[in-house]
Write a protein that binds this ligand. Sequence first.
Ligand code: OFO
Length: 169
Amino acid sequence: MLSKKIEKALNSQIQIEAQSSQVYLSMASWAENQGFEGVAQFMYAHSDEERMHMLKLVKFVNERGGHARVSSLEEPSAKFGSFKDMFQTLFDHEVMVSASINDLVHISLEERDYATHNFLQWYVAEQIEEEALARNILDKINLIGDDKGGLYLFDNDVKQLVGQQAPPA
Ligand code: OFO
């Protein structure tokens, strides 16, 4: 059985994962509008992944006798300036998510909820992957700068990353 404190913290994480999915969906749509098919595919897949992260939490909360909530979300930005800005926003967002997962892990230990602690280890590992991937992409885009030919190749490169984003659930 989940304590009220853990249930509340897990529900906040559900909202963060849902918000992440919205933000990446908006990035996908913006990239698609700019004609960057690879980046758009990558962002659509990333958005789906965040929804999967959210669903995993929803099911866990309900299985443990809590009530998973579906809350309202903020409208994400529709424009992201440049691809560099967009991937910087993605990286910053993932760092924020990691901090939130760390807080959750801390609360699970305080509450002596070892089942939740164990469940959260998947998210800890996932955040290491996601931050590394975002950093890797940012490094590439920093090398390219505003070079159009470079961006074209980058778009193709990013396409290859689709499907490699997630470790098995
Ligand atoms: Fe990209 O973050 Fe979910 O967990």
